[in-house]
Design a protein around this ligand. Structure first.
Ligand code: ATR
Length: 282
């Protein structure tokens, strides 16, 4: 009998997740039997759900908000990225039925820029806006790609300082009042704040001016709804090289699919358009 595998994405809430669209596209594209479904779990339900994956016939899956830290605590084995970031977004049961965890957000961030802006990691100075959970994955990716100087700017400077302490000497922290000046020295600017994210209040203008950025500076946002955030629109209008957040979503899904279904899938233009259509319909 064919080896039919089943995977999931869980979060709370989960109904807006695009992950089922991505993984079911690949299942069909590669002609594989199997399934990938969204399953909602409250924080109270989450540990039991994870501990009984094998009994439910689930090989593994994705974990999203608010469960990424809880998933990290439940995994028996995890990779370097998960350890450094302190959160798991991808997990799977191995041959011995041991729960493994990974964080593929850093991979997704870097792989998307590899695909969109060749040589992006030859830059030296990165400016990271925001110091929440998403910022941790970006910092890890930048460190892995050899950035010499990474400056985190955050409204609550203390959170930026805590991240700088955690990730080491190549990282410095600054308050939001220094952001405008730091734009002049940055080779790449990454927005990890929720400013401009759909559903987080109406924002017409991002509170920074990019016109003094160096020639060739890159701007990227991790938010993909809207696809062009106010941050990206202003950066594009100021002549920066821009990459939107949808690519990171698509690329972070690649290692999980490979763990569960045994094929390393391609991020195709067709897949991007399918997800884009779905976002525009919403
Ligand atoms: P996540 O884990 O998804 O990154 P988070 O922990 O809520 O989410 O972090 C959101 C980020 O957006 C934080 O850096 C937050 O700044 P604070 O640490 O000061 O809260 C930032 N953010 C949210 N609203 C903001 C605003 N109006 N101005 C500046 N930064 C804002």
């Amino acid at each position: 009998m064919a080896d039919v595998r089943h995977a999931f994405v869980t979060g709370f809430p989960i109904k807006h997740s695009r992950s089922p669209l991505i993984h079911n596209y690949w299942l069909q594209y590669y002609g594989l039997q199997g399934s990938y479904k969204a399953i909602e779990n409250s924080p109270e339900q989450f540990p039991y759900f994870i501990k009984t994956l094998g009994e439910k016939g689930l090989r593994g899956g994705n974990v999203t908000l608010p469960h990424k830290e809880a998933a990290f605590a439940l995994c028996v084995k995890y990779d370097e990225a998960a350890k450094a970031i302190g959160a798991v977004n991808t997990l799977w049961l191995d041959d011995k039925n041991i729960l493994n965890g990974s964080n593929t957000d850093a991979y997704g961030f870097a792989a998307n820029l590899d695909a969109q802006i060749a040589g992006w990691d030859q830059a030296k100075t990165a400016l990271v806006l925001g110091a929440g959970g998403a910022s941790r994955a970006i910092l890890y990716a930048l460190l892995m790609r050899g950035f010499e100087k990474i400056i985190i700017v955050n409204r609550t400077e203390q959170r930026a300082k805590a991240l700088a302490d955690h990730f080491g000497s190549r990282i410095t922290a600054a308050g939001w009042n220094q952001a405008q000046n730091l734009i002049r020295v940055a080779d790449i600017i990454i927005n990890t704040t929720s400013l401009g994210m759909s559903g987080h209040g109406d924002m017409q203008a991002f509170p920074l001016d990019f016109s003094e950025a160096k020639t060739g500076t890159i701007a990227t946002d991790i938010v993909y709804i809207p696809l062009e955030t106010p941050f990206l629109r202003q950066a594009r209008e100021a002549g920066l090289r821009c990459s939107d957040g949808l690519g990171m979503l698509l690329h972070q899904a690649v290692p999980g699919f490979e763990h569960w279904f045994g094929i390393r899938p391609d991020v195709t233009e067709e897949l991007r358009n399918i997800i884009l259509d779905d976002i525009l319909k919403a």
